[in-house]
Design a protein around this ligand. Structure first.
Ligand code: ATP
Length: 287
């Protein structure tokens, strides 16, 4: 069995604003793993990325990247971050920004850049500020990948991107993960990206980590059961995340446990249904 290596380790990370508190956060992103970050608008995803990239200073906690505490800027050579980085240079053309970025990264891959520019049909003579929202997202994505990073931090990379390009981005991310050496932390609002790309899921709610799951656990454990009647024991059980009286049904995050209790309580199970990822995410975020 392969030893798990932490590419990103976050311990006791905290940040407070006047009206919002993030953390304390504790989580790891292991090598070869894609972690999906989901949560309602304003739950703290972008703030987390800003803290990870040192764009914003944490109030407390530690962030280790590639096994070491972040110091200086050297660690950024191996990290690809898509989100708000190009704002300061947006009066330049994409070609000019590329010249700056490629100078900074010792591992810049010009051939990959040229290929991706063609693949995503980007006009490099366009000023970044003049690009459409979706085109900016694609340009950010290309810059993120072309310096051969080992860790990608992607804040909703496909938001506002056309369907064809979304598919290409997903293909590029799957290829990026191909050698099993790299990792991604991906904030997303789409169940499809979770299904197709992620191994683990962290659910944020009002600045807190509400749930953290392996994706297979979700497929295995989450389900909807139509039952003869709902009792108070079922209503209040910690593994019941939602229940309805009419018609009597419950949503659980641990099918096996709940099926056993229903048997004990002599409640008849009429039907069991696995949940789709969309439904699971909705229940995790909403309830
Ligand atoms: N510099 C700041 N000063 C004060 N409050 C801030 C600052 N930055 C973020 N916040 C607050 O932190 C909270 C989380 O914002 P954040 O942008 O991280 O959410 P998000 O999960 O990325 O949302 P979305 O899904 O809409 O992108 C919000 O309430 C926001 O107002």
């Amino acid at each position: 069995m392969k030893m798990q290596t932490s590419i990103l380790k976050v311990k006791g990370l905290k940040k407070s604003f006047k009206r919002f508190q993030l953390g304390p956060f504790n989580f790891t992103v292991e090598q070869g793993i894609v972690v999906g970050l989901v949560g309602a608008n304003g739950s703290g995803k972008s703030t987390l990325f800003r803290l990870l990239m040192n764009i914003m200073k944490e109030d407390a906690g530690e962030i280790h990247v590639f096994g070491e505490k972040r110091t200086g800027d050297e660690w950024k050579q191996k990290v690809g971050f898509a989100g708000e980085m190009l704002g300061a240079y947006d009066f330049l053309t994409i070609h000019e920004i590329k010249n700056l970025i490629s100078y900074w990264y010792s591992t810049w891959n010009e051939e990959q850049f040229e290929n991706m520019i063609k693949r995503y049909r980007i006009d490099t003579d366009e000023k970044y500020e003049k690009c459409s929202k979706g085109t900016k997202k694609k340009v950010d994505f290309i810059f993120t990948l072309c310096h051969n990073p080992s860790l990608l931090l992607l804040d909703e990379p496909t938001a506002g991107v056309d369907i064809v390009s979304q598919r290409k981005m997903k293909e590029d991310l799957i290829q990026f993960m191909d050698d099993g050496e790299k990792s991604i932390l991906l904030a997303t609002h789409t169940a499809e990206e979770i299904n197709q790309l992620c191994d683990e899921i962290i659910v944020l709610d009002s600045g807190q980590i509400r749930h953290s799951f392996n994706k297979d656990e979700i497929y295995e454990n989450f389900g909807r059961l139509w039952i003869s009647h709902v009792t108070d024991t079922m209503k209040n059980h910690p593994n019941v995340i939602y229940c309805e009286q009419n018609p009597p049904q419950i949503i659980t995050n641990h099918l096996e446990t709940i099926e056993n209790i229903l048997k004990k309580e002599q409640i008849t199970i009429n039907q069991v249904q696995r949940l789709l990822m969309e439904e699971v995410l909705e229940y995790l975020i909403e309830y």
